[in-house]
Design a protein around this ligand. Sequence first.
Ligand SMILES: [Zn+2]
Length: 586
Amino acid sequence: MKNVLRFSAIIFTCLFILTSCKDDFADLPTVEEIENVKTHDIVHRNCGTDKHMESLMEDPAYREAHAIKMKNFEKINSEISSRGACSTPTVLPMAVHFQGISNPNTSCLIALAQSQIDILNKDYSGTNSDISKWNNNASTYFPGINNGEACIQFALADKNHPAGFGLSDGQLAVTINKTTGDQSNAWNGYINIFVQANTGLLGYSPLGGNGNGDGVVIDANAFGAGSGCGSISPSAPYNLGRTLTHELGHYLLLDHIWGGGCGSDDGVADTPNSQDSHYDCPSLGIKTCNSNDMFMNYMDYVNDACMYMFSAGQASRMENYVNSSLQNVVSKAASVISGNNNGGGTGTDPDPEPEPVSCERPTQVSSSVLTSSSVKITLPAEDGAIKYRIRYRKVGTSSWTVRNFISPPYTITGLTANKSYDYQVRVQCPQGWTSFSAKKRFTTAGSNPTPTGCTKNLVTLLLTLDEYGSETSWELEKNSNGNIIAKGGPYQDGQNGKLIEKDLCIPDGCYTLYIDDAYGDGICCSYGDGSLELLDKDGYIIGESNGNFGTYDYIDFCVENNVFSAKANRTDLNIKANDGSKIQFN
Ligand SMILES: [Zn+2]
């Protein structure tokens, strides 16, 4: 189901309109009918995309720019193979423009705009309250599929506003009756939301926005939630702010979840194919293409109350689009959003975040070879960094392997013994990516002889000492009988950075590897940079501790015939690693 991007999917503008267009264009409303319709008369979400696709692509400049953009996107989308946890979301500056509103209540409209942004941030981070419907129930219909928590945050700009809109520093980027249409070049670098009365549509967006003054159009009666402001009144069943969640998904290059039917995909690997859109509030378990339909996805057409999740694949796709194609918007954030509004607040936070610092190209990058198959890459953490990216390749080959990580150091595993590799690191900050560091090289160790007689379940323990080795020891406990089947330490003091490597050949079973510090201050980071890693015979990390614990930390795992697995949640021990580190699999 991967990346079968339909031509039409790439270039559509999506419209929600009030009657079916997909199957029968004769049912489309006339212009007069559109002008007379109110949003609360809209029975179903639906889409009139084909005609808009054709008209957009008639412009050669648009066509060419779009092709370049898609090429950049596909490159980055194929580079990224894993998602890390989100520590610092990428902030996108927003501006809301109310258009053609009679008797506007300014303060009410500003509050409504902020509340809509708050809804977006919950929906995109998977912290919406109704995500419980997915967690408690719907997810069982989609085994192996996770909901997505996009590492993206929306914030109304609150300083350095464009001239001519009567906005001063400290005020939110909300304009009332000062723009028309769906483009405002003065607001280049922002994601613009154009709120219009009685459009006859719920909304529309470019599929893959540019941040060049473009944005999303949304009907006044589908904007925000609650009681609204005069003529701007959220109307059921589109009164929970989800129309904008859906439309911004298009802006960040998400197609409708049903793609083009059972034989045509939405370009996201973990969204099941379905035949067509769903409406209203269907029951779980509907299948139109031999698998359960994910109609509760924000990119379907159900009512606001019945959509509550993106998939992890959709979240990745949006992040990749931001990284590849919206750096002009990302880089605008620092100059138009104060720390006061960095969490979607209202500009009155008494304890603002410090402004992000511009990242520097990494220079102090180094490697230390751990084993025949793993190497640790070290560099100083960069203030304001969102994430780091490393790429590496065997000397003499041309294609890079790419990994993202949230904070250094990073251990590369799965390498070939006795081979030289080139590597480079770059950093992403709110202003964008730095260039890659200068190319450097490491050579992996020769292969380790397998311990005599070990035919299965070889694990390698890698312990990096801190300054006080005399405080450090470890034990491997077999859970079924509590026996300690291997142990080591304490070690000599004054060996910060020294690597202790121990191969162990262990029977099938479940185990806990404990790392202890007798003084109770861990093995990182006050007196050196100690850590513990447990690798399988191919050099993949079974589990690790970053060394930043108190008295002890542990790694839980089970193994059977060389296959390692995470252990079920432990209830027998009332302990928890200080750093929360848990078994990790590649
Ligand atoms: Zn749509």
